[in-house]
Design a protein around this ligand. Sequence first.
Ligand code: PMP
Length: 356
Amino acid sequence: EELVSAEEISVSSTSGKLPVSKDAIINLDHGDPTMFESFWKEMGEHGDIIIPGWQAMSYFSDVTNLCWFLEPEFANQVRRLHNLVGNAVVDNHFIIVGTGSTQLFQAALYALSPPDAPEPMSVVSAVPYYSSYPAVTDYLQSGLYRWAGDASMFDGDAYIELVCSPNNPDGSIREAVLKSTNGKTIHDLVYYWPQYTPITDAADHDIMLFTVSKSTGHAGTRLGWALVKDKDVAKRMIKFIELNTIGVSKDSQLRAAKILKKLQETVKASDIFSLPVFPLALCKFTGEKAGTYPAFAWLKCEKEEVEDCEGFLRKHKILTRSGRHFGVEPKYVRISMLDRDETFDLFIERLLMLHH
Ligand code: PMP
């Protein structure tokens, strides 16, 4: 997520905190998952963790594992959670931990791009795509890979297709649009959890990305994981993380392990995942028909005279993200639904005012 714009830092907005006043700037531009805060407050000390000063000091976590910086307890909880929820097949995959799924995305691009190709590998995704994909792909101007835009418009044989499902920004359930046997795919499944969408199948793709940011809401812990089928691809991803950050925070992994464990216990005991209003598909996890609760609202401005919906809302001190960042027209905006209730209530109030 491209989080912070310079103009935003200097003003009072709802980023990272509750609205301070009725006329505060409402920042629904980024997907900061603070809506889960109240759940974890209810859990009280059950989500706490104490790490003694002498613990977790070494670079290494488990030298017998291909991913030597992966904490065994974190890996255990990841495995157990997927088996409980049934959203992904873990058994035939390597688990790789990363500093957010953002680092793993870059590790995957590195791993899937041949080092000796004459041209950089084309990286594509169907519009509207997650706004960080082009930026993260191109910011280092790598010779290995290069952003090539809308997957549906791509003509060629060698590519990496990013498949985000449920999709950011519009919540759609997606499959790869390109089908070449030479092509590679990265499945960004960070929203494939029952709080967002019915779990209809255990995903079993070559590379699947997940993150605590969207599953438990702990975006600040900066922890993601990849499930990777091929051993050589896994090795190259691990190499990338070794070169990039020499591993991943153990403190974060230990905290995430505890949080994931608590989540499973709670989920087993109760139904924290809200029930659907409009039944759409059978969720194999809850055993009930469930609707879709996307993390973002993908809004089209129907007012004839408004070309730039982001600019229009900005005038009313509501920050959203323009369709342009996702490869479509500025009549669209993405509104984050992941914020605290207080921020969202204020947003609804202000929208109603716009009507009058
Ligand atoms: N993929 C998608 C589709 C996202 O929406 C986000 C967060 N906005 C990420 C990846 C990155 O998540 P993180 O780096 O926090 O794991």
